[in-house]
Design a protein around this ligand. Structure first.
Ligand code: SF4
Length: 224
């Protein structure tokens, strides 16, 4: 078994509980979510496609200020007005359409599972898994560019590994526990921002003794 648990433990010790997903601009670490929370998390998962959380937070704040962060209001709002309210998140015309399609899906009362979510226009694997994990507490490991970057450098996979293959690696080597998957993904994001950036800060990185990239690039330091 690959030691993904050890990597988790090291990151958790270093960064502590992350308490994802952010709701109303905060990280409450809530597991028992109400319908409003679930809806806000799902919207956030759509809005965060190809942009930073800072921009999503602005868009969600705008919706909140305009009393539009609720399904009943968003169902009725004109799509062009919605696009303006979420402008900060980028690709806003497309995202407004995605939100409308998502609401249609919720209204259809079709079962919320991965297959059905993936059939909604504008919802890909990362968004579907984020919704399932963070809004519905289902154990789907979320893969993103940070996960690929960190785990390829550590030596667990190739840099160009596909979404499904990398997700399988986590599913095969960890307990299927949504709390663990929730926290693990959040810790990866934190690690990628603090140390494993595009240009990594390997000296001082808490994972460097476990890392192939470090071994390759800092061999002299290790052997000194
Ligand atoms: S040692 Fe460097 S490459 Fe390896 S995980 Fe840390 S920051 Fe990333």
């Amino acid at each position: 078994m690959l030691n993904l648990n050890l990597i988790y433990k090291i990151m958790y010790k270093e960064y502590g509980l992350q308490g994802w997903w952010p709701i109303n601009g905060k990280y409450p670490g809530k597991i028992k979510l109400n319908d409003k929370d679930i809806f806000e998390i799902s919207l956030g998962a759509i809005l965060t496609q190809n942009t930073s959380w800072k921009n999503v937070d602005k868009a969600l704040g705008n919706l909140r200020e305009n009393k539009m962060l609720q399904i009943n209001e968003l169902r009725l709002i004109d799509i062009r007005k919605l696009a303006l309210l979420i402008k900060s998140s980028g690709y806003n015309n497309q995202k407004a359409k995605k939100i409308k399609e998502f609401i249609k899906f919720l209204d259809s009362r079709i079962q919320i599972n991965r297959e059905n979510l993936l059939s909604v226009w504008g919802i890909g694997k990362e968004t579907a898994d984020s919704i399932l994990l963070y809004a519905y507490n289902k154990p789907y490991f979320v893969i993103d560019s940070y996960t690929k970057r960190v785990f390829s450098r550590l030596g667990f996979c190739k840099e160009d590994i596909g979404y499904d293959e990398l997700q399988q690696l986590f599913h095969d080597n960890l307990d299927h526990n949504f709390k663990l998957f929730n926290e693990y993904h959040a810790l990866i994001v934190e690690h990628a921002k603090r140390f494993c950036r595009k240009k990594p800060e390997c000296i001082g990185c808490p994972l460097n003794t476990k890392c192939d990239y470090y071994k390759k690039n800092y061999e002299n330091l290790i052997n000194e």
